[in-house]
Design a protein around this ligand. Structure first.
Ligand SMILES: Nc1ncnc2c1ncn2[C@@H]1O[C@H](COP(=O)(O)OP(=O)(O)OP(=O)(O)O)[C@@H](O)[C@H]1O
Length: 624
């Protein structure tokens, strides 16, 4: 099998981790500087909200460190003045001792403040992380389900998931940047105090260097973005070739050669481009270093000229050399941190943007009444249209379910059964029409109280990475998990024996990612999810394809348990195994979203319509 890489792996969407880098590459240096003040304010606000004490400690220690740096440079200059003065060496050294003492003290205090900053920053990180992450999870777990149907929302959420890291990066970046700025300012103040003309030397030594390293950063980002499409393809190939989920089909279809070939193609282009880029980056770093060297040379020439003309004493010139070195160190920190603050700020902007946009998908807060026990459920003219779909998934459906009935939704794949059930369970809102619980539309009841009366077993159930017992207990998170209840639910779903035979019984972890975790077969998982549905004996139980993977014995046991509910609890059953719906009080047949037939098994067989056709077709498979 051969195929062009582009046709097999077309352009992927921009990955969530790339947005900040991409925006940095597009912004240019002025764009970066224009946004910096707002980002600094934002970082300080996050840090302040997360922990006021530690934010104050970091701020005070940073400023204090700067003051000590100025003080240290002035003390250095004093030491040099005394050492360069006339007279015998012991006298000069003695005269320099007080200044030396001051220098040692300033250095010690500065080091102490540095330790305090580091300690406070370490404590701040988990608090910022909690503040941001908790906020995100509050939103992602409460937005309405329909939000997830929109591509834009899912992408948005993915990008926002980097919010915690980016908030930490932003806060740390801003703190380090401010520390760099304070260091620079302290050097500048010291230099001006020694001799104002030395400020010129400092500027000559730092500005071209700063420009050079910011440009180099800009080029790094552009380089990264230029390779992003290939990188994403490599990422997909990596997952396909090295993950458990694809391992089986990779072998059974013999896809190894095909995937390796794809990898070689992408990699050969990537290698060529990386080599070309390496040449460009080397050139620009060399230019940067050359600019730095020329600038430092210019400073020494300038200092020499000032010395020769008697504008500054030798001690001031020597201090300036030390100051220039300190300023260049501060500058390296600053240029790196500017880029970091900008890119992390962009990612954090994704987070805050998501939080604002998600507000539109939140269920309305209100003090609506809690519904009473189900008497009647009416579906009136209900339609649901998924975004970007031309035809409605459910189209003007009207039906009634009375308490105690077992009803079935049947129909071919894609006919709208699951969508209709999701609306009845108040998981989705109809585009038009109303669903009433005891005469009152669902949105007018308290949503949590309503859901407490409904249990839903979905077709695409989730395999929670917990123990077998917890996987059943999630069916009723409000109740204290009790082993007898869990076991009784498991028995009704024909799951008890199977779970008892697992290595640790109900306490077996059902996820292979964990050291002693186990996986189950499709049918075994289906028994567990059915037990989840039975756990709290809900007034309304919706079971969507609960038996598609069950063996005949388990299927029989499950449907017996469903039939046991008939007369005292309400069940909506969705299944393609029509033999199992014969006992239903009413069968609703859907076709392309429309309700086309309704009645008992006998009614529908006599009608000789779609249900009779599907039933006869299936029954023929069992006939002689
Ligand atoms: N989240 C979604 N976004 C867009 N379209 C969807 C979504 N879920 C379902 N659909 C579409 O809506 C239609 C009805 O789907 P639904 O899952 O309700 O059918 P179903 O009768 O339960 O099918 P099956 O028997 O295969 O389970 C189908 O055309 C399906 O492709």
């Amino acid at each position: 099998m051969t195929a062009n890489t582009e046709s097999v792996l077309p352009e992927l969407r921009t990955m969530w981790w790339e947005t900040g880098l991409r925006r940095r590459a597009d912004a240019g240096l002025f764009g970066v500087f224009a946004e910096l003040p707002a980002l600094v304010r934002r970082a300080i606000a996050i840090s302040w909200r997360a922990d006021r004490l530690r934010t104050s400690v970091v701020g005070a220690a940073t400023v204090g460190g700067g003051v000590m740096a100025t003080f240290g440079l002035l003390a250095t200059q004093r030491v040099l003045v005394e050492l360069f003065a006339g007279g015998p060496t012991p006298d000069r050294v003695t005269a320099a001792l007080p200044a030396l003492g001051a220098l040692a003290l300033a250095t010690a205090i500065r080091a102490g403040l540095g330790i305090a900053t580091g300690y406070a920053q370490n404590g701040l990180t988990p608090r910022v992380s909690r503040e941001i992450e908790r906020g995100l999870f509050e939103v992602t777990t409460s937005v309405r389900l329909d939000a997830f149907d929109q591509d834009a929302f899912a992408d948005d959420m993915e990008r926002a998931s980097r919010g915690t890291e980016s908030a930490i990066g932003l806060v740390q970046g801003v703190m380090n940047l401010l520390a760099g700025v304070v260091s620079m300012l302290s050097v500048a103040v010291a230099v001006v105090l020694i001799h104002p003309l030395l400020l010129l030397a400092l500027l000559v030594a730092t500005v071209p260097n700063a420009w050079g390293s910011l440009r180099a950063g800009h080029q790094r980002y552009r380089t990264y973005i230029a390779g992003s499409v290939r990188r994403r393809r490599l990422w997909i190939l990596h997952r396909l070739m090295a993950e458990r989920v694809s391992a089986h089909e990779l072998r059974s279809y013999g896809l190894r050669r095909f995937l390796l070939d794809q990898y070689d193609r992408v990699m050969s282009v990537e290698t060529a481009i990386q080599l070309a880029l390496a040449r460009r980056v080397t050139t620009s770093t060399s230019v940067g270093s050359a600019i730095g060297g020329v600038a430092t040379g210019a400073v020494y020439v300038l200092l020499g000229a000032l010395l020769l003309r008697g504008h500054i004493p030798l001690s001031a010139a020597a201090t300036c050399v030390i100051a220039v070195q300190a300023a260049q160190r501060a500058l390296t920190t600053m240029t790196f941190q500017i880029d970091r603050v900008y890119t992390e700020g962009q990612h954090f902007g994704d987070y805050t943007g998501f939080m604002t946009r998600a507000a539109a998908h939140m269920p309305p807060e209100s003090d609506r009444p809690a519904p009473g026990p189900l008497e009647e459920l009416e579906v009136r003219g209900v339609t649901l249209r998924y975004p970007d779909r031309d035809t409605p998934a459910v189209d003007d459906v009207t039906l009634t379910v009375r308490a105690g009935q077992t009803v079935a939704f049947v129909g071919e794949n894609g006919s709208g059964k699951s969508t209709l059930a999701a609306m009845i369970a108040a998981l989705r809102e109809p585009t038009s029409g109303t669903i009433r619980w005891n005469g009152r539309p669902l949105p007018e009841w308290d949503a949590a109280a309503l859901r407490a009366r409904v249990a839903v077993v979905t077709q695409d159930y989730h395999k929670w990475p917990f123990t077998a017992a917890t996987n059943i207990a999630v069916g009723d998170p409000e109740a204290e998990p009790s082993q007898p209840r869990i076991e009784s639910a498991a028995r009704r779903a024909a799951a008890h024996q199977m779970i008892s035979e697992l290595p640790h019984g109900y306490e077996t972890l059902l996820d292979r990612t964990f050291a002693s975790g186990q996986d189950l077969s499709g049918g075994q998982w289906q028994r567990i999810t059915a037990a989840r549905g039975f756990l709290r004996d809900a007034e309304l139980l919706i079971m969507d394809e609960p038996s598609s993977a069950l063996d005949p014995r388990a299927e029989d046991a499950l449907f017996q348990a469903i039939r046991d509910r008939q007369g005292h609890a309400t069940t909506i059953l969705i299944t393609h195994r029509l033999a199992n719906v014969r006992h239903a009080d009413r069968i609703f047949v859907l076709d392309d979203g429309r309700l086309v037939e309704a009645g008992t098994h006998g009614d529908l067989m006599r009608l000789g319509g779609r249900y009779a056709e599907l039933f006869t077709l299936q029954a023929a498979g069992y006939a002689d």
